[in-house]
Ligand binder design. Structure first.
Ligand SMILES: C[S@@+](CC[C@H](N)C(=O)[O-])C[C@H]1O[C@@H](n2cnc3c(N)ncnc32)[C@H](O)[C@@H]1O
Length: 251
């Protein structure tokens, strides 16, 4: 599996934090006893969950040892577990499963999401945020440069909101689904290409093994991105970024 780099990922930390805070603000729980952050990464969002509910047992789960070592170093008082979400089986049911910017990396949402709901206590909450910008130039440029049939091309992992509703509604008291497009104001030379390097581009760059080929790809990609997201007169670059949110309150 391609490795995550906490430093590259955290480069746009503030912009990446905002949707997590927007998700957190919608969780209808007073005093969860146990909560799990799936795909916790470097742990900065998990720490906010702990801050919101200091008496809860908080568990951060991730498959990346580099991300978890940063989380362990910076955030004591939280249990960090290295495991793959697709095979994760909790010892006991939990009150909250939170996941920010992770589940779009996993397939088979028709199986995964009902399974996650099953790991909740009665009245528990599944709260998920996923990017939903797979048709944007950031991703289309990868397909254009590699060719649409290339195995490293990104797919469209987030399903239609009606699908999530139908998979989950029978087990839910309330199901709140919404989408938001954030407009990130970025600085620097070709900052959108730097942004994708910390996420969508990561498996592509890891997957191109030949150094020369990687360089050619990256140059062509950066050129397309600088054309698709040109700087404004004040030097700033705007990145519109659509995200999908869901808060399910289990019956
Ligand atoms: C974009 S980061 C998000 C980190 C954190 N949730 C945040 O909001 O800052 C995605 C994280 O999901 C983790 N991840 C991806 N696939 C995973 C899987 N199958 N099992 C566990 N973790 C996974 C990655 O290792 C990475 O740390």
């Amino acid at each position: 599996m391609a490795q995550w780099n906490p430093h590259t990922y955290l480069k746009f930390g503030q912009e990446r934090l905002r949707p997590a805070l927007d998700l957190l603000a919608q969780i209808p729980l007073e005093q969860p006893q146990t909560l799990v952050d799936l795909g916790c990464g470097p742990g900065n969002v998990t720490a906010l969950l702990k801050q919101q509910w200091p008496n809860a047992r908080v568990i951060g789960i991730d498959s990346s040892p580099d991300m978890l070592s940063q989380a362990r170093e910076n955030h004591p008082g939280i249990d960090w577990i290295e495991t793959d979400i697709t095979t994760w089986q909790p010892d006991q049911k939990t009150d909250l499963i939170f996941s920010n910017a992770c589940l779009h990396w996993l397939g088979n949402h028709d199986i995964l999401f009902p399974k996650l709901l099953n790991h909740l206590n009665e009245g528990g909450v599944l709260a998920v945020q996923m990017p939903n910008n797979f048709a944007a130039p950031t991703h289309q440029a990868i397909r254009d440069v590699l060719g649409a049939d290339h195995p490293l091309c990104p797919g469209y992992p987030v399903s239609d909101c009606r699908d999530y509703y139908q998979w989950l509604a029978p087990e839910c008291e309330r199901l709140d689904i919404w989408e938001t497009t954030y407009t990130h104001v970025l600085s620097g030379d070709n900052p959108v290409a730097d942004w994708t390097k910390g996420a969508a581009l990561r498996p592509v760059l890891d997957g191109i093994k030949d150094k020369g080929e990687k360089q050619v790809f990256e140059q062509a990609y950066r050129k397309r991105i600088s054309q698709a997201y040109p700087p404004l007169a004040n030097g700033r670059t705007l990145l519109p970024f659509k995200r999908f949110f869901m808060v399910c309150l289990k019956k």
